[in-house]
Design a protein around this ligand. Structure first.
Ligand code: B12
Length: 219
């Protein structure tokens, strides 16, 4: 089945708020050999962008947007468990949104992509206080922190979180990767935030980290 057809069917399921139809579309795609990475990148992500456009242009109510988000989260979780990931590779990351940020689907995708490559992933989700992120980095002896931001006005919180991590003992060894829509719109911004690297999507995030050296990590 063509990815464009899967996308159209999936979006239609979101449009009418039909969770079963959305799940059926995604399951059928996997059963027919569609790669889960393609399903995330070429179906779920653009469908959610389209949901945002429909909401902004008042063709979707807030309730429809919330339902579409809940459906996509549920479908992602259900197709994810059907796929065999890589065996554990002994590398650990923490994946989080900054404080005040409620958009968690993007970082969830990033987390799933790393887990499929064998990473142990501590996915913390939305709206995380800096102190708790640092505590988790320490507790899990993580080598990588992935920070997500969606609202442009939240860039300052990204800088604050990075500064707080760098100031903590754990900050001496952890690498920091940042990403999200405002950084995609202004691709050089990440450098000014004190991050080690960025990537524009989940697929590229894995590629970037695997290419960059995180091997100088000594817990
Ligand atoms: C669902 C949604 C919500 C949900 C989120 C629920 C949830 N549990 O996540 C709710 C209802 C809470 C919400 C609230 C709001 N939202 Co909203 N939302 C969306 C929507 C429709 C989809 C978001 C999404 O899931 N995208 C799909 C994911 C997969 O894409 P992504 O986030 O870009 O992630 C990828 C890359 O960016 C990258 N990436 C992301 N993070 C990271 C991190 C790292 C380290 C790396 C390497 C890469 C990376 O990889 C990801 C995977 O490939 C978007 C539309 C859109 N364009 O995204 C609007 C949107 C983001 N929201 C918007 C707005 C305005 C709001 C509100 C202010 C609305 C309001 N008035 O209340 C609030 C703010 C809440 C807050 N404080 O955060 C605007 C933002 C406009 C702007 N330019 O800033 C958008 C663009 C809608 C629009 N078209 O206007 N929203």
């Amino acid at each position: 089945m063509q990815l464009t057809t899967i996308y159209q069917d999936y979006l239609e399921a979101l449009r009418i708020g039909d969770r079963r139809a959305a799940l059926k579309t995604a399951r059928a795609a996997i059963a027919n050999g569609t790669d889960i990475h393609d399903l995330y990148m070429e179906v779920f992500q653009p469908a959610m962008y389209e949901v945002g456009r429909l909401w902004e242009s008042k063709q979707f109510s807030v309730a429809q947007e919330h339902l579409a988000t809940a459906i996509t989260q549920s479908v992602m979780a259900q197709v994810y468990v059907t796929v065999d990931g890589h065996a554990p590779i002994g590398r650990t990351m923490v994946a989080t949104c900054i404080g005040g940020e409620m958009h968690e689907l993007g970082i969830h995708m990033v987390a799933d992509f790393f887990e499929m490559e064998g990473w142990e992933v501590c996915y913390l989700g939305a709206n995380m206080p800096a102190h708790d992120v640092i505590h988790m980095l320490d507790r899990k002896r993580a080598e990588l922190l992935a920070i997500s931001v969606t609202l442009g006005g939240h860039i300052v919180q990204v800088r604050e979180l990075i500064e707080a991590v760098r100031a903590a003992p754990v900050g001496k060894r952890v690498k920091i990767m940042v990403g999200g829509q405002p950084l995609n719109r202004a691709p050089e911004t990440w450098r000014t935030l004190g991050a080690d690297f960025t990537a524009s999507n989940a697929r590229e995030a894995v590629r970037t980290v695997m290419e960059e050296s995180c091997h100088d990590y000594h817990p």
